[in-house]
Design a protein around this ligand. Sequence first.
Ligand code: MIC
Ligand code: SF4
Length: 649
Amino acid sequence: MGKNIVEKILEKHLVEGEYEPGREIGIRIDQTLTQDATGTMAYLQFEAMGVPRVKTELSVSYVDHNTIQVGFENADDHKYLQTVAAKYGIIYSRAGNGICHQVHLERFGIPGKTLLGSDSHTPTCGGLGMIAIGAGGLDVAVAMAGGPFYLTCPRVIKINLHGRLRPWVSAKDVVLKVLEIFTTKGNVGYVFEYGGDGVKTLSVPERATITNMGAECGVTTSVFPSDEVTKTFLKAQGREKDWVEIKADEDAEYDREVDIDLDELVPLAAYPHSPGNIKTVRELEGLEVDQVCIGSCTNSSYKDLMTVAGILKNKKAHPNVSFVVAPGSRQVLENITRDGGLADLISAGARIAETACGFCIGNSQSPKTDAVSIRTSNRNFLGRSGTKSAQVYLTSPETAAAAVITGKITDPRDLEKMGIKYPDIKMPEKFYIDDSMFIQPSKHPEKIEIYRGPNIGDPPKSTPMPETINGEVTIKVGDKITTDHIIPAGSKMKYRSNVPKYSEFVFEIVDPTFHDRAVKIRDSGKHNIIVGGVSYGQGSSREHAALCPMYLGVKAVIAKSLERIHTANLINFGIIPLTFKNEDDYNNIDQGDDIEIPYIRKIIQEGGRLLVKNKTKGKEFEVEYNLSERQKNVLLAGGTLAYMKKQSI
Ligand code: MIC
Ligand code: SF4
């Protein structure tokens, strides 16, 4: 029987377990990436492991999230990251060099390799034919130390792309279609593998837009074949030697196959407040727009920005529209500058932002109260833009550019009627390349002293699983709670290295009293328990969504279902993820209820039914725990660091 791409790459990297979908496997990681917002904690944890040098083929530390530098915190973190990188053998990508995923795609991604990144959009490099997975910082630290990365051996869904996109319809519309089909929930444990005759019509950055936003479906990753188009891209990056062909066997098998006709796609948009809320742009047309932001790791490539520049050539931004462009990398910025695109954007009235995450993470360019904001990024969760009342729509760069001109949501195909031709941008045969903003690791690590500013604190320690969990439901939330709900980023993100301070903002957007109530419960000697609905923990890889609750004394999350990265993070920090055996029991539990989970330690060790006693309601219900032997031991020890110490790994 033939093999699909996912099987081929994973089997080659398998170091523990059997390749059997649904079972836990351990894989060798060739490359890692971190970004600054998750990186400080990842490296603090790496340091705690006492390994002298990273053991991967390549590890890169990017600075792209916290580049605002209001106050000393960000700059201190950058310096810490730079010195850690120099000492431990990691390439440091300076602030201003670009967004980790875009830069990694350009300069480091290699078909057929594995990449683990402390950011949920790491699958962007799946556009090059690699298995690129997002994880919590601690998992990345373990991989840097040479340990395996554990994941559920995935089931693979094949998405066959047919035909060719029509003008004004682009890669973003493809992935919005994928989101319409699969939604943001129920895809845990799957990988999307792309194939079909339409693949060859898409450049690598277009493929990367598609794999990037697969993260919103909750899949483990998404991957394209590596073919002649991949070779051409790598050649244009001066990296032809990195190319290898990666393709599925003719008779490869899949769990399910889905077909998408590229010719039939129309411009789409995700409306507030979920990337899974899809409508056609036609349906939304006419809505007045206050802000347009173009950029983020989804849509900030050379082709994206040259297309926007081409549409806006000799045009001016509508007076009611605040228009922002953040190029994805310094390479993109330099190339659009040399090719004249930047001048067209500036002339149209674009506010050129730094080559960083910027608006996407809500630490700048927050729109006005009740604003309608069109963004080419990947997440429109409530409040993520920094303005809770804002309505954020996610679209392609083409649709965003149309709104810049008209001041309204506009189907970009209508621009033809205004005499604007579709700028059919060709990829450069050779990009202008300048790697001078990468700092190579020191050849004399013993001489490097690690810089630690006052914002950097030691990672807090978790406690072993108690015999019995005795506590209170501190909060009960609904479906699709994202990590942005659990711990906001934006202006609060500068406290990522200071867990006690950052913990003050846990659930701030849902219930600002959470922190104080949780501290009270913790300090009275009881455990905090979170109750959630479907797909709890969607979105980012930020381990602070587990680390900060752990610091506040949370010991269990009971939900209808949980997302992959968040589940792994909870276990890493000694919090047990549980699901209702009978979903109706969700209705019999409320905030403030006194809860006991007796003999939990013994049951994790020996197996058996796990019952939760709701002492307030006088009821009892069963919960499920789907844990591998390794995960059980991690939870019993009180988290991965404690477990590793015990095993002296
Ligand atoms: C995001 O897009 O939400 C982030 C910010 O990039 C996160 C990582 C983080 O919270 O630091 C992600 O996607 O993992
Ligand atoms: Fe940065 Fe936004 Fe991409 Fe996250 S989604 S890595 S914040 S650009």
